[in-house]
Design a protein around this ligand. Structure first.
Ligand SMILES: N[C@@H](CCSC[C@H]1O[C@@H](n2cnc3c(=O)[nH]cnc32)[C@H](O)[C@@H]1O)C(=O)O
Ligand SMILES: [Zn+2]
Length: 433
């Protein structure tokens, strides 16, 4: 066996207690072996965590990672106009090389800000799979399907692509990659297409991930046309099942919250995107109280505009209190749980906790910054004061991806330069089209 020992730090345990301990990791299997003060083992590699907090890597449960290329390209518009006027025309020009450049930039940002696993809905999944493999992260990936603007043949091609990449790449990158079938939303994919394709995914045991109840503009037409709530419709289509996870869930009523809880489908809260597009305030505390699994995601960088999950935790706590009109709602421990175990459960990976048997997806946060002094309560700091730039080391699947703020799996300067070039050319093509 080959081992990694993370030494001399404090460790955040699954019950949110912080203790002085080392963590021993199996580098080959990529799992956590032991957590404790007196582990009796010589390790092949060590990582110094003195003055730091060892904690689970954050899990970004809803993202479009290559959208980093469109960061700052179109802001200050509601969802509909933003997608139709700016984002979709630009995305129509995307090439596989663009996706690769954008995905590498996004993963560089994730590794540097302490995210070790993510769920991604986008195009050119085989290219993303390669990029994830090289970056060393863990991901559940899928091809986003939109049928409404396509003829029947085009719609079928899109669906087949999504189902076939889900089948083909599950378990790739030494098991760090998993997949899902990803119809974009209940309004952008037609009913018959959804009914058939979701049944097919289910037969194959493939999870389903989609955007749901993000804006009232998306909810109202379903209610008007069908006389039922969107999640009742989704349930009728077989889309609310335990492995499945829904992005946003902003405008959900009590009956829909109950449906999520009883069916066991997870919600992924995306507070920054919901605020920026003025989509609304998700009833996060009510979903948690009802027993819904809630994860946390950034959504794409074009509606956030970064992929820093520490930012997202703070946003979730803040908007969660406003939504509940209660300062005790969505408390510090709740958002930390949401960004770690909640997200991991939502996307179906055994990460998000520092305990023996879990995936060795860990980060070490440097506690030395002025904004982290004094240290009355480290869980409070994680939710309200820490930043992605406080992350010192990042480990995924037992491999050190960043040591002392140096990313080992990518050339940072090259990745940034390539992304700048691809973004500039992409926007020029979109504006010529
Ligand atoms: N194959 C589809 C693409 C779907 S990928 C997923 C899509 O989600 C879009 N997207 C990004 N953020 C959001 C959001 O907040 N709500 C809904 N869609 C979003 C993103 O721009 C991308 O087009 C097609 O042919 O158009
Ligand atoms: Zn999204």
């Amino acid at each position: 066996m080959s081992t990694l020992r993370i030494t001399d730090g404090q460790v955040l345990l699954p019950d949110m207690r912080v203790v002085d301990a080392d963590v021993l990791v199996d580098r080959e299997e990529g799992g956590i072996l032991d957590v404790g003060r007196d582990i009796d083992a010589d390790a092949d590699e060590t990582l110094d965590a003195s003055g730091g907090l060892v904690m689970p890597g954050l899990v970004n449960a809803h993202c479009h990672v290559a959208m980093t290329l469109l960061r700052g390209y179109a802001d200050d518009k509601p969802l509909d106009a933003w997608l139709q006027e700016d984002i979709w025309p630009a995305e129509a020009e995307l090439t596989a090389e663009d996706i690769r450049a954008g995905a590498e930039l996004g993963m560089l940002e994730m590794i540097k800000s302490g995210t070790t696993a993510f769920a991604d809905m986008y195009f050119e999944v085989p290219t993303l799979v390669d990029a994830v493999d090289e970056a060393g992260l863990r991901a559940r990936v899928g091809h986003g399907v939109v049928t409404v603007v396509k003829d029947d043949e085009g719609a079928q091609v899109d669906i087949d692509e999504s189902l076939s990449v889900a089948r083909e790449y599950d378990g790739a990158a030494d098991g760090r990659l998993s997949t899902a079938y990803m119809p974009h939303s209940l309004t952008t994919v037609g009913e018959e297409y959804l009914r058939e394709s979701v049944a097919e995914a289910r037969e194959d045991g493939v999870p389903v991930h989609f955007h749901a109840n993000e804006t009232t503009d998306e909810v109202d037409p379903i209610v008007d046309e069908r006389g039922e709530r969107p999640l009742e419709y989704a349930d009728d289509l077989g889309m609310l099942r335990p492995q499945n996870f829904l992005a946003h869930c902003v405008h959900v009523d009590e009956s829909e919250i109950d449906l999520l809880a009883t069916r066991g489908a997870a919600a992924v809260h995306c507070p920054a995107s919901n605020m920026k597009l003025a989509s609304g305030m998700a009833p996060v505390q009510r979903m948690l109280d009802a027993g819904v699994t809630v994860g946390l995601g950034t959504d794409g960088a074009a509606s956030n505009n970064d992929l820093d999950m520490f930012d997202e935790m703070r946003d979730a706590a803040m908007i969660g209190k406003l939504a509940a009109d209660d300062a005790s709602a969505v408390a510090a421990g709740t958002v930390v749980e949401m960004a770690t175990r909640g997200s991991a459960n939502a996307i179906g990976v055994r990460s998000g906790v520092v305990e023996p048997g879990a995936n060795a997806d860990l980060i070490v946060l440097d506690l030395d910054a002025p904004h982290l002094a004094p240290a009355h309560d480290l869980v409070s700091h994680l939710a309200y004061a820490a930043r992605g730039s406080d992350v010192r080391h990042t480990v995924c699947d037992g491999q050190v991806l960043m040591r002392d703020r140096e990313v080992l799996t990518m050339d940072e300067a090259e990745v940034k330069e390539r992304a700048r070039t691809h973004a500039r050319d992409l926007v020029a093509r979109a504006e010529d089209a």
